[in-house]
Structures are given as C-alpha cells and as structure tokens.
Design a protein around this ligand. Structure first.
Ligand SMILES: [Zn+2]
Length: 486
C-alpha cells in the first residue's frame, strides 16, 4: 500500500510538473505581431516575442507564448511589423574638438530612426568616439551600439585630420598595433589621400594576418583587384567598385601611378572603359574573397546634384548644429565653382555608377547600407539618411527584402555576428524596430516607426519623439547663440 501510494505520488508529480509549471518570466512581451523574416523575405503573422534583459528569449505563435510566459510589460502590436534593428554601416563624427557636443547630439537621432548599431568609419574625433563607444556599452550614454575604426591610416600630411600617418612598413605595423591593442578598434579604415599604394596593400595584408577587418578607399594607382587580393574586407563608396569594371583598369592605374595622367583623366578613362562582363567577373572575385560593398549612394547623389537641390527648407537641418552645418561649406563651395560641363559630368558619373548596384547583387556581393552622414557630407542627415539610402537601393533595382537585408543582416554578417543580430529568434539581441506597415511590400515603411527596442529597452513613439525634440532644442539654442555671437 505504502509502495502504491509512493508510486502514485511519483506518477502524479510526473504529470503535475508540466501541467502546473509556473510560466517563465520575461521583461517584455510583444504580442500579436507580424514578424518580418528578412532572410527568407517573408512575414509570419500572429506571433509573440519575449525579451529578457538584452536578449530575445522566446518567439512563437501568440497563444502558445502567452500561455508559457509572463512579462512585466506587454506591447500590443496587432497590425504591426517587427524587424531586426537597423545598422548604418558608414557614419562619421568629426569637425574638430569644438564640435564634440554637436556630434554627440546626433547619437539619439540614430535610435529615433530605428538604427540600433552604427559603424563609425573614422573622422577626426577618434578618442572621443572610443570613449562614447564604452560609455554607450556601459549604459552611461544613450545611443546606438557604436562600432568604430578609431583613427584612420593615411600617408604623411594628408588632407584629412585626425589620422595615423604612415610612411613606412614599420609605421604601418605600429599603427595596427596601436589600433588593435590600445584602441581595441572594431575594424581598420585605410584611405588613399597621401598613402603610398604599396603601403596601402601592405596595411591590408598585415591587418588580415592580425585578424582585423579592413575598409577603405582604394588608391587610383592600384587596381581594385589588387586591394581585393591583399584582403580588403569592405569597399566604401560605389565608385571604387565601379572602377573594377573598366576593361583597361590596370593600364589606367599604371598611367596614373607613373604620373602620365591626372585623376580627372583617369576617371574619364575608367568611365569610358566600363564593360559589363569585366565588371561581373570582378564582382564574382569580390564574392570569392568575401568582400562587401557599402555604396553610400544617397550621399554621393546629394553631392552630385548640389547644383539642383534647394536644401534650405530641409527638415533635417533642424537637427544639425551651426558648427556641423559649417563643415558643409567646403563641398558646397567646391560644387559652386563647377562649370556646366563639370556639373553635367558629375550627373552622368553618379548615374553610371548607380547602374552597378543590381550587378553587384546579381554577382552575390553583400551590399551594406551606410549613409556617410555626419560632418562634411552636406544635407545627409544622420539617422534619417539610412531610409533614403535603402529607398534608393529599391529604385535602382533591389527588392525591398534585399534592401532591408542590406540594413539589418549585411552589417552583422560582415562582423561575423549573424548568430546574434539580423533575425528575430531566441538567443538574438533584443534590438528591434516595430513598424506600422510592411517593409517587404514598400521599403518606405521603415520610416513608419511605432517603437524601437534597443538592448531590450522599449522606446515607444512618445520616447522617440522626445529624442528628436531634445536634439532640435539643442540645435535651436546653439543657433541662437551663434546668431548672438555674429
Ligand atoms: Zn565616409
């Protein structure tokens, strides 16, 4: 009898445990939501997503999740679409130490626009940006996850400020050691203003040997293929990728290296020599070597059409401080000096360059959405510009799903972090954007933001509006101060 009772008790408890188990506890549950599976280019309706801390801990049919989980906060998301947080893979901070506050006021603009991660591609405030990166990670500064190259590597006495100048292989070794060990940068940016072409290639090879990803501008004296072979991880700006399509690129590079032609002539010949088969072969080599491309197409388009655009009424200007605004002048003045032929050439060039976007996609090259927003690049508004960029991608031939992937998955893929970002499933980061419309049918829906989840914290529409209003108020006060000082 005693045994039977014990056996019954065991049997009872075996059945009772699952039946009466307390629901698991999360912090936030997002209910009745339609999940956008960016990778599969499809939506899944009627889902619930549970967040705990900075993680997604459960995803599934709403009724099942609601039965098994409790959360302190419920976000009712019927009729809404949930996408992974957006990544802007090319931003800048800079303009000099007196612009630190104006640059800092840009950080909330990214979050208010659904951008949960930014990749800073170097400006002239590298130490400041490194400090922001750790403050954001610790939670003492509000902003998107910040990844940075630190100071970029350049030649001796370049036009760019805040660079690490290298004139020898030993200099390159020292620069990489500093960036990797002291600054612990997320990748390295190498540009081509005064850097010797052979040192550019040396830096790419050394960085690869050290396990550091590289991004950069390829010197005119080299072919794109040489940079790809040496291990460049991402090519910034579509024009460099375009150059790889010129049939006689090697001869043009050699002529430029020998001083037989100037940059303008080299560009003219590269454009004239563009050939689809040559380009496709080059882009397939990008794929084989694991090279991604960040087009920054919208930023280039704005600059190419400065002659036509009246930007004085841009809503974005309300978010740009007077000193940052002043950094626009350099490019505006340069554009104003161009004659009709120069302007026409600039228009033709940007339209020609844009034609390679669908070719890159066809070849399978990962396209990373990045804006080039920050300073210098006029009327390219931090945060807002990413939506312009991916909308332009669709206009140029990408599907909405491909455009969305460029802004949610290509960035994490480049860093090797697709196990943590770019999808909505348990174990992924709780970096999410809730939209009122379906971005797979209209990419402009990425602007229709109802809430942003950043590291598990829900920022509802009212909170996002407050972020925007805060930056506008700061800018208005700086503008008033600047007007008084005049
Ligand atoms: Zn840039």
């Amino acid at each position: 009898m005693k045994h039977l009772f014990a056996a019954l008790a065991v049997a009872f408890s075996l059945f009772a445990v699952p039946a009466y188990a307390a629901p698991a506890q999360g912090d936030v549950i997002i209910r009745h939501v339609t999940i956008v599976d960016v990778e599969a280019a499809r939506t899944v309706a009627g889902q619930a997503v549970v967040l705990r801390g900075a993680d997604i801990v459960a995803v599934g049919a709403d009724a099942a999740i609601a039965k098994d989980w409790r959360a302190r906060r419920t976000v009712e998301a019927r009729g809404r679409y949930l996408i992974p947080g957006l990544w802007d893979m090319h931003v800048h901070f800079g303009g000099g130490p007196e612009l630190i506050d104006e640059n800092k006021a840009l950080l909330p603009l990214y979050v208010a626009n659904g951008i949960t991660t930014i990749r800073d591609c170097s400006g002239d405030l590298a130490d400041q940006v490194l400090a922001w990166r750790s403050a954001i990670a610790k939670g003492s500064l509000f902003g998107p996850r910040l990844l940075t190259s630190g100071a970029k590597i350049e030649g001796i006495a370049p036009v760019w400020k805040g660079t690490i100048e290298v004139g020898s292989e030993a200099d390159v070794d020292a620069a990489l050691a500093r960036l990797q060990q002291r600054d612990k940068v997320d990748f390295v940016k190498i540009t081509d203003n005064t850097l010797k072409p052979e040192l550019f290639l040396y830096a790419l090879r050394r960085a690869r040997a050290l396990g550091i990803r590289t991004s950069g501008h390829i010197p005119m004296a080299l072919t794109v293929d040489q940079a790809v072979d040496a291990g460049i991880s991402s090519i910034e700006h579509l024009d460099y990728a375009y150059n790889a399509g010129a049939k006689d690129e090697a001869a043009i590079a050699a002529d430029f290296a020998a001083g037989r032609i100037d940059r303008a002539e080299a560009n003219r010949r590269l454009d004239a020599g563009f050939d689809r088969d040559t380009a496709m072969a080059a882009y397939r080599r990008f794929v084989a070597k694991g090279v991604s491309v960040t087009p920054t197409l919208n930023g280039s388009r704005i600059l190419a059409y400065l002659d036509q655009g009246d930007h004085s009424k841009d809503e974005g200007l309300a978010y740009i401080g007077p000193k940052l605004r002043k950094t626009y002048d350099w490019r505006i003045e340069r554009a104003a000096k161009a004659d009709a032929a120069g302007i026409a050439a600039r228009h033709k060039q940007i339209e020609d360059i844009a034609t390679i976007l669908p070719m890159l996609v066809e070849a399978g090259v990962p396209i990373m959405a990045g804006t080039d927003a920050g300073f210098l690049n006029s009327f390219n508004y931090p945060g807002f510009g990413l939506h312009d960029e991916i909308e332009l991608f669709v206009q140029k031939g990408l599907t909405p799903a491909q455009a969305l992937a460029s802004a949610t998955r290509a960035g994490p893929a480049w860093f090797g972090w697709l196990d943590r970002y770019g999808a909505i499933r348990p174990g992924m980061a709780a970096d999410l954007v809730l939209l009122t419309r379906n971005p797979l049918t209209d990419i402009a829906a990425t602007r229709a933001i109802d809430a942003v989840v950043l590291r598990g914290e829900v920022q509802d529409r009212a909170a996002l509006d407050r972020m925007l209003a805060d930056t506008r108020a700061k800018v208005a006060a700086w503008n008033a101060e600047a007007a008084r000082a005049q």
